[in-house]
Ligand binder design. Structure first.
Ligand SMILES: [Fe+2]
Length: 399
C-alpha cells in the first residue's frame, strides 16, 4: 500500500487556509476534542476555514467504539462534508478515517464491515486532512483504523483511509505531558522496530523503519529533557516514518501481547507495547528452523536482528535488551518489573490467552501462548499497587 499523502511541514495558518481554499470545500467536518485542539494550539489553524460551513465532531473517547462512529455518521449524514479535518491523536484520526470511508449510516452494514475488516470502496468520498497532535501512532500514515465493539478490538482497512494531506506541525505536540510523550514515542519506536523485523518487510518499509528508528533513538531523549522544538520535529517525523512502515507491514508480537495489557491493566499503549519488546529482541534472535516464520530464512532474520542491535548501539541480543529497557527509562517510562496488585497467575493466563495470534503471525519467529505466558511471568511482579496510577498514565492510549 503506497502512501500517496501530500505532507506539509510546519505549515503556517495562512498556508493552511490556502490549502483549504484550493480544495474548494462546501462543508467541512472537523474531528477533534475542543480541549485538545485548543491545548495543542491547532485552533489557529482551524480559524482559516471558518468561511465555509464548518461542523465539529468530538463525541468519542480514547479507543473509539462503533457506537461513537455511528454517532459521527449521523452527523456526516446531516452536514454532508466534502472535507474532513482530523486534529488529535490516533483516536481522532481513526474516527475521521471511518467517517471518511463509511459515508452515511445507511451506506454499509457496519457489522459486516467489522466482520470482514474492510470498508467497501466508495465512488466519491470527502477529502481527508490529518493533523496529528501526538507523535506516536502514525495513524496519519496508515490505511487502517482501530474500532472497539462489545469489548473487542477491530482493525478496519481501506486504501481510501490514507489522508489526502498530512500536516506535521511540531508545535502541536508540545503540549503532551512528559509521560504521554514518552509512551507515544516508544509506541512509534516499536512500530519502526517491529516493521523492520516483520515477515512482511520490504525494501520500502525498511527504508521507512530505519528512518524512524534512527530519528526516534536520537531525539526522544532530547524531547524528554528539553523544550527543543527541533527535537520534537524530528520525533514527529520519526513517528510518521514509522507509520508509513507499518502501513506496509503491520505490527508484530509486542503489539499482539499489548492489547490485553492495556485493557486488563490500564497500561498506556506505548508502555504496554514496549514492556515486552526488549524481551522479543532476544526471543526473535534465538529463532531456529523449527520456529522460523519468515520464508526468507534464519540468516535473513538474524541479519535483521543484528541491524536492529547496531541501531541500538549494541552487538548482542542481551545488551540490546538492556539498552532498550534503559532507553525507555531515559524517556520517562520504567518498564520492569511491573508491579501488579492482583494474584498474578490467573491474570497471566488471561493475558496470554488474549494474545492476538493474527497480529503475531507477522513475527519472524513463531510465538506460542505458553511462551507469552512465560515471558509475562518474568515481567510482572505481584505486589502493592500498579505504578501506572498517577494522573498522566492511562492517557494517550492509542489503538
Ligand atoms: Fe502502536
Amino acid at each position: 500500500m503506497v502512501n500517496p499523502s501530500t505532507v506539509h511541514y510546519d505549515i503556517s495558518p495562512r498556508h493552511f487556509r490556502e490549502l483549504v481554499h484550493q480544495l474548494a470545500p462546501q462543508s467541512i467536518l472537523t474531528v477533534g476534542h475542543q480541549r485538545s485542539v485548543e491545548l495543542s494550539g491547532a485552533t489557529g489553524l482551524l480559524e482559516g476555514p471558518s468561511d465555509f460551513l464548518c461542523t465539529n465532531f468530538s463525541e468519542y473517547k480514547p479507543n473509539p467504539t462503533l457506537d461513537e462512529v455511528r454517532q459521527g455518521l449521523e452527523l456526516v449524514n446531516a452536514v454532508k462534508p466534502d472535507l474532513i479535518i482530523a486534529v488529535g491523536g490516533g483516536s481522532a484520526i481513526d474516527v475521521a478515517k471511518m467517517l471518511t470511508v463509511c459515508g452515511s449510516p445507511a451506506a454499509f452494514n457496519m457489522n459486516d464491515v467489522l466482520a470482514c475488516g474492510k470498508a467497501p470502496h466508495r465512488e466519491s468520498k470527502p477529502r481527508l486532512i490529518a493533523i496529528p497532535t501526538t507523535a506516536g501512532t502514525g495513524s496519519e500514515a496508515t490505511h487502517f483504523a482501530t474500532i472497539y465493539h462489545a469489548g473487542k478490538k477491530y482493525s478496519i482497512s481501506s486504501p481510501q483511509m490514507i489522508p489526502d494531506h498530512v500536516i506535521l506541525n511540531a508545535q502541536l505536540t508540545a503540549s503532551m505531558p512528559p509521560y504521554v510523550a514518552g509512551c507515544t514515542g516508544l509506541d512509534a519506536l516499536a512500530h519502526g522496530i517491529e516493521s523492520y523485523w516483520s515477515v512482511s518487510s520490504t525494501e520500502e518499509s525498511s527504508r521507512n523503519s530505519t528512518e524512524a528508528i534512527t530519528r526516534l533513538l536520537r531525539y526522544l531523549p532530547i524531547v524528554a529533557q528539553t523544550d527543543s522544538l527541533d527535537a520534537r520535529r524530528e520525533v514527529l517525523l520519526g513517528a510518521h516514518y514509522a507509520g508509513r512502515a507499518i502501513n506496509l507491514t503491520k505490527t508484530t508480537a509486542p503489539h499482539a501481547v499489548s492489547y490485553a495489557l492495556t485493557s486488563r491493566l490500564g497500561l498506556a499503549h506505548g508502555h504496554a507495547v514496549f514492556l515486552t519488546l526488549p524481551w522479543f529482541l532476544e526471543f526473535n534472535n534465538d529463532v531456529t528452523s523449527a520456529s522460523l516464520a519468515d520464508k526468507r530464512g534464519i540468516a535473513h532474520v538474524k541479519e535483521r536482528m543484528q541491524n536492529i542491535f547496531q541501531m541500538l548501539g549494541c552487538d548482542s541480543a542481551a545488551t540490546a535488551r538492556d539498552s532498550a529497557i534503559a532507553f525507555a527509562e531515559s524517556v520517562g517510562v520504567r518498564l520492569v518489573p511491573l508491579p501488579v496488585h492482583v494474584d498474578a497467575e490467573p491474570m497471566i493466563s488471561e493475558l496470554a490467552g488474549a494474545f492476538d495470534l493474527t497480529r503475531a503471525g507477522n513475527n519472524p519467529r513463531v510465538c506460542t501462548v505458553e511462551e507469552v505466558s512465560g515471558m509475562l511471568s518474568s515481567l510482572l511482579r505481584p505486589s502493592l499497587l500498579i505504578e501506572s496510577a498517577d494522573s498522566d498514565r492511562g492517557q494517550g492510549i492509542i489503538p
